[in-house]
Write a new protein. Structure first.
Length: 127
């Protein structure tokens, strides 16, 4: 994996999102951050803690879904708070996820579409 190439792709993603970005990053499914990029917004967001928590959440949801809905796995998680949106999208076969935090001023539909647009690019660099 080429971390510099990955960071370059995330910086392109950041530029397309614009000034509503708080942070975006690629995280391994075990919770270890691979690459992080920060936006211009000041925030009390803790990316290291978020990486661990979202990895645990994906794993718990996958186990729960397998009991409820055979052969289904998490593809995306969307969380909204009073001041921000979190998107967590599983990349490829589930070894990594792409997490993004934006302000509540963001167009969440556009953020989700942009995330899907970048998935094959990020996956290619991760291989």
């Amino acid at each position: 994996m080429d971390k510099a190439a990955l960071e370059k792709e995330l910086n392109k993603f950041k530029e397309e999102i614009g000034d509503v970005l708080i942070a975006t990053g690629i995280v391994s499914i075990d919770g270890a951050p691979v690459v992080e990029v920060y936006g211009a917004l000041e925030s009390q967001f803790n990316p290291q803690r978020a990486s661990t928590i979202f990895a645990m959440l994906i794993n718990v949801l996958n186990k729960s879904l397998s009991e409820i809905y055979e052969s289904k796995t998490v593809q995306e998680i969307l969380i909204s708070t009073e001041t921000s949106y979190f998107t967590v999208s599983v990349i490829g076969q589930g070894d990594y996820f792409h997490g993004t935090v934006v302000s509540d001023k963001a167009d969440i539909k556009a953020i989700r579409e942009l995330t899907k647009k970048y998935e094959p690019l990020l996956l290619q660099v991760l291989k």
